[in-house]
Write a protein that binds this ligand. Sequence first.
Ligand SMILES: [Zn+2]
Length: 495
Amino acid sequence: MAHPSYYYRYFFYSYANMILRDVQNLTYPDGGVEFKSTRKSSSRYSVLHGKKKPETILIHGSPFVISIGSQGKLEIRERASLLIRGDTIEDIFDSSDRSRVNLETVDVIYDAEQRGGVVITPGFINAHAHPPMYLLRSALAFEEDDLATSLKRMALLEQQMTAEDFVLGAIGDFTEEQRWGITSILSHYGVFDPVEEAAGITRQQVINAVSAASNSHPHNTPEMVETYLKAARTYHSTPAVALHYLYKTSPSVLERVARLVKKYNVLLTMHSAETKDYVEQCARLHGDTPVKVLDKYGLLGPNCILSHGIYLTREEVELIRDRKAGVVHLPTSNLLHRSGTFNYPLFKKVGATDRIALGTDSVISKNRLDLLSEALQAKTLHQEMSNVSYVELFNMITAQGASILGLKNVGRIAPGYRADLAFWKLKDRGFLPFDENDPSTLVSNMITHGGHNIRDLMIRGQFIISNRMHNIVHEGILLERLHEAHRALRERIKK
Ligand SMILES: [Zn+2]
């Protein structure tokens, strides 16, 4: 049999003409043609030297550049310009200061000033997703009262998914997340290659955690995961280790995983303390609660990311705080699956809220893959018991989220940081009206409105979405392909 990556590559090329745009046009949307002719009136791009791959981009005159600062506080710069060189933010300065940039060296100017202007935030960080499952949208009929039956039906569909389905699903997931301003994702799934393929195609930044003990892929082993860790440098995505749940992981597998995490210094993620039942099953198999079991194996540290974390004891939350592990709060998923309520007040009481990131989970746990609505969900969920401030929520989906995932120089807008940026039109119901004396109301507006999608998106200094159009993937054709594949999947389980 051919090597799996050959297979996926073949798939990619066979579909290339159908769903991909001309990748040559990636960094600026027009190649000098489309932009100047059909999109001139709405475009903000000026291509100066006609270079095929612009290296230096000036983003001129944004009315508000919003980011968490180095001290963890919200910083809003008014009338600011950014200079991007390669994949990095080189400078940020007052837009009236023309001395800061030599236009001779600039390849593209993005006009963020005219027609009401464009607000810039860091690209958002999604700390928990299952991208290939995108194809299963509609599989969990939420009006069903019997959740267990719905989940069983979903698993039947998932078992029928092919390698092509996984790639297509992940492309669907990544491109949707990009529309909502998400530029980094922690993927947790049973296969590596399809997620890698989709990340490469869409240029999405993905930590590709492949399960060493998987529910959907029961033959996975730590040794299989190690083959990806060894070849880490050859991939677009960053390989990491996942476990479905501790209660489904034998002590022997856990020992081998501990060796891997230590040897390769990689991230380990798993679902944890999502239901009382799972905690009890963990105690039966390992003799203790999940966090204490992880600590016993030397796995509880900054490399450890636990998703859900609903039924954690005070002692466990303190351990998470002391070992600087991360917890992904998934309020929508928890509500839809009736898992319980994340104990935010406990995290606050013991001073562990800086360990919390937010995530989407898959489309069977939260149909819309964005983080602004998830931030609002977190806000309203805990409102009665505690206050989660808008700034804190914004931090969770930018700087704090990046730091929890161990992403260096990501999640803030500052010199030396990676140029992962989301561009939002100011003249939008998601922002206006706001209080000019308190521009932080832009952040609360953005979260409470929740319906924002981006105008442009930059990942590593390249425009992935320009003028609201995806530069790589033809989304109209992609949606048709997704629907065809979904229909075929439903046909297969009938047989
Ligand atoms: Zn999950």
